[in-house]
Structures are given as C-alpha cells and as structure tokens.
Design a protein around this ligand. Structure first.
Ligand SMILES: Cc1cc2nc3c(=O)[nH]c(=O)nc-3n(C[C@H](O)[C@H](O)[C@H](O)COP(=O)(O)OP(=O)(O)OC[C@H]3O[C@@H](n4cnc5c(N)ncnc54)[C@H](O)[C@@H]3O)c2cc1C
Length: 444
C-alpha cells in the first residue's frame, strides 16, 4: 500500500469519528464513528460495484475501482466489527417498538460481512460462485441500513450524521439496484477464425460479420460463451480491426483452462466493446516510456505496437519478461514490430536462459531515460514494486501506470504458507532465545 493511500485511508476513517463527535456522548464517539465508517464504506463499495462510467473514469480505470472497492470492503468489515464490539443501546431509535429488531439486523449485517469478506479472500472458492454470493452484499447493506435507523441509538433523528447516513443508504441502495439490472452478457456475436496454441495458453482471433465497436490500445473486452447467462471474462484486446479481435489467453483457472484446451475454429462467442484506462501512449507527441510486460501481460502492448507507425519521436523501451519462448504467446509478433519500429527498444528477459529482471538491471535501464519518462506495467505485483523502486531511486517524476489482471486478489493455501512463514520464523527465533536463556549458566 502506498504512503498516499495510507494517509487517505486514515483521513477517511478519522473523518467519521470527527463528524459524529459533536452529536453523541464522549463514550459513544468511537462505536458511533465506526458504525458510520462501516456504512459509508459499504455504500461507496456498492457505488464502485455498479461500474458507473464516470466513477470508473475518475478512479483511473476499472482495476483501480476494484482495488478501492476491495479496500472499502475491509473498512466496512473493520468498522462493523468494532462497532459491534463496542456499541451499547442508548436512546430510543426512530420507532422504539422496532429497536430490538434493529439490533438483531445489525448482528446479521456484521456476521454477513464477515462471511462475505472471508469468501472473497479464499481462492479455493471458484470466481463464479464467489461472484454470485457477493450479490448478497445488497441485502447485507439493507440490514445495516435498517439497523442504523431503528436501533436504540444516541444519535438524534435529523442530526447531521443521521442525515448523512440516510443519504448514504439511499445512494448505496440505488447503486445495488443498478448492479442487479446491469446487462451482463456481452452483445456481439463473433466466431473463432484463428487458433495458435502455445505452452499454457492460446492466441486466438475472433471474426465478426458486422462491424465491431472501436477500441483504444490497452483496453480490455469481455468474452463469454454464446449461451444464456454465460459467465463473461475480461481479456485485453491484443489487436484487430473493425471486423476482428485478437486475444492471447493463458490458462489460469476453470474457465480459461477449458477455453485453452477446447477452443476451435468456428466456435461462437459473445464479445463486448472496449473498456479501461490503461492506455500506453502511441501518438507522435508522446513522452518517453518504459513498458514492462510479464508473460501474458504483453497483450496491451501488442495492441499498441500494432497501431504504431515508424517515427523518430520519443523512445519506447519494452522489457518483456517471459518464462520461456514456448510459453510466450505472440512473441514472434512482438519481435516483428520491434524490427519495424525504430522508436522501440525491445529486450526479452527470458527466465529459461537464466535471465531475470533484477533491481540493478532495471536501475541501469531507467537511469538512461528522461526524468519525465512514464512507465506502463502489466504483470505480477512484484514487477510493479520493482519498477516503483527503480523510479524512486532514479528520481523519475513521470507517472507509473499499471493494469491488474487479478481483480479479486484472493489467497490460496500456498499464499498463506508464504505469508505465515515469517510469523513461524519469528516464533522459532523467540522460542530459541527463551530456551537459550533458560539453559545459560547462572551468573553469565
Ligand atoms: C482487465 C483485465 C485484463 C485481462 N487480460 C487478460 C489477457 O489478456 N490474457 C489473459 O490470459 N488473462 C487476462 N486477464 C485475466 C483473466 O481474466 C483471468 O485469468 C480469467 O478470468 C480467469 O478465469 P478462470 O475461471 O479461468 O480462473 P479462476 O480461478 O476462476 O479465476 C482466477 C482469477 O481471475 C479473476 N477472474 C476470474 N473470473 C473473472 C471474471 N469473470 N471477471 C474478472 N476477473 C475474473 C479473479 O481475480 C480470479 O481470482 C485479464 C484480467 C483483467 C481484469
């Protein structure tokens, strides 16, 4: 988490405590503030989930919206649990008769939030099952809103925080309604015209009989089987024109495994238009750029390269990190563009040849670039951290843009072992020092 994000998160949390403070007794500031924090986090989360175009644009793209949605989910849970643990019935509520049911609905909302957040974090729960279960966030929000207004609370009806919670509840519910009504199946019927398998994935082209909507290089589209209520998956458009779209797809789970193994020429799919704000600069007036792709993260850059004409303007350095040539779908196309475009400096970092993108090597590349150069990254989180560090140490002022392929960011058992390792190591060291202290000769 970046320092600026941490500061923003702290301000957001403290705002709620400060806002309720003048309206409740001192002993109730913390529980009331945490309750308000939970409510507004849930409402904002629902607004982001509704995917209003303006909001996505303001956030810097759907992946950024999702990251914020995820953090707000944690705030909602932390606020709800804190409120649950600390709050006690004070005052009368909107209708004293309903105060007890208001209390019960708060318990249901807190437990629901806990279960839903846990489900979101467990990778073993398939994406489509989790996504379906996540729709329960709407009813959970309803329970929370009912609790806010009907529980015995020290907050006077009509006071500023009460009014804010009323507005937040209404907007949150509108957003949830919009999410329920949103059309999910992409509309355009397309069929597979080319299939080129590679190790662990497939490079495909889809053709359409009617013109497809235009897209900007770097945007993604959603793809679904051509049947009712089929699950739509996002993939970055790797190229194509008015009549076709190219995608490079890696097997990463149920849907993509089956897709990679079974897709054949002539198969019909439903395709959406282009979305997203990850847009590498390809126009003549561009700034100098560093593009870093990890594996299938090459797709946004493929589309960008396809649209670029040879010129002598600002340089683009592309670092393409691959496990091996066999697993790097479309590498031949990337090399073809590198030969065609004098403005492009391509380096393929091939792990199979013992080649890795390490900090010193990246620092060397970045040092040569102009101070206002911009970076575009698409790949694992570790790659992002590496570039951020190089950018900082080399004093670059240009922006770093990144695209996340894994919106959900859930954890598997392997991740837990990885996360738990430092904890186990610390416990072991602590135990060792205790044993040594006990065994040490007296007076030493
Ligand atoms: C903006 C964007 C662009 C992408 N571009 C590419 C690309 O060019 N090539 C490529 O191989 N992969 C790309 N991906 C990743 C691809 O969407 C997932 O690998 C795929 O959806 C996994 O589905 P699954 O059922 O096979 O795996 P699962 O095991 O079900 O899911 C693995 C992870 O993929 C994500 N995911 C799964 N289903 C969806 C969905 N319906 N909507 C959003 N996220 C989902 C979740 O984070 C999930 O945890 C992109 C993802 C995003 C968000």
């Amino acid at each position: 988490m970046q320092k600026s994000t941490l500061i923003l998160a702290a301000i957001f949390a403290l705002f709620h405590l400060a806002f309720v403070a003048p309206f409740v007794p001192v002993a109730n500031i913390l529980p009331a503030g945490l309750g308000a924090l939970s409510m507004s986090s849930m409402a904002m989360s629902l607004i982001l989930a509704a995917r209003w175009r303006l909001i996505d644009r303001l956030m810097g793209g759907p992946d950024k919206s999702y990251a914020a949605h995820r953090w707000l989910g944690f705030f909602a849970l932390a606020g709800a649990l804190g409120h649950w643990a600390l709050a006690s019935s004070v005052g009368s509520g909107l209708l004293p008769l309903l105060a007890e049911s208001g209390e019960n609905s708060g318990t249901i909302a807190a437990l629901g939030l806990l279960v839903m957040t846990a489900a979101a974090m467990v990778r073993a729960i398939p994406y489509h099952v989790w996504k379906l279960s996540h729709m329960l966030m709407g009813p959970i929000f309803l329970f929370a809103a009912y609790h806010t207004f009907f529980v015995a609370s020290p907050l006077a009806v009509g006071a500023a925080p009460w009014a804010l919670m009323a507005v937040v509840s209404v907007i949150g519910l509108i957003a949830w309604g919009q999410t329920l009504l949103r059309k999910r199946t992409p509309t355009k019927l397309v069929s597979v015209s080319e299939v080129t398998p590679f190790e662990g994935g497939v490079d495909i082209t889809l053709a359409s009989d009617t013109p497809l909507s235009s897209y900007r290089p770097g945007q993604f589209a959603t793809l679904a089987h051509n049947r009712a209520r089929a699950e739509a998956h996002p993939f970055t458009i790797a190229g194509g024109d008015e009549w076709s779209r190219r995608f490079v797809i890696r097997a990463a789970g149920d849907w993509t495994n089956s897709f990679v193994q079974n897709v054949t020429r002539g198969d019909a799919f439903r395709l959406s238009g282009g979305f997203g704000r990850f847009l590498p600069q390809i126009h003549a007036g561009r700034t100098e750029q560093l593009w870093v792709a990890g594996g299938v993260g090459i797709t946004p850059f493929l589309a960008a390269l396809e649209k670029m004409q040879p010129d002598g303007n600002a340089r683009i350095t592309l670092l393409y990190c691959i496990r091996s040539r066999a697993s790097a779908g479309a590498i031949a196309t990337v090399e073809k563009h590198a030969a065609r475009l004098p403005q492009l400096a391509l380096t393929v970092v091939n792990e199979a040849h013992g080649d890795l993108l390490i900090a010193t090597r990246l620092a060397y590349v970045v040092r040569e670039m102009s101070s206002d150069a911009e970076a575009y990254l698409c790949g694992p989180e570790g790659l992002k951290l590496l570039v951020e560090t190089a950018w900082d140490t080399q004093g670059k002022t240009g922006a770093i843009h990144s695209e996340r392929f894994d919106f959900r960011g859930a954890y598997s058992l392997a991740d837990l072992i990885y996360i738990g390792k430092p904890v186990v190591e610390t416990a072991r060291t602590w135990a060792r020092t205790k044993v040594n202290a006990v065994n040490a000769p007296l007076g030493s």
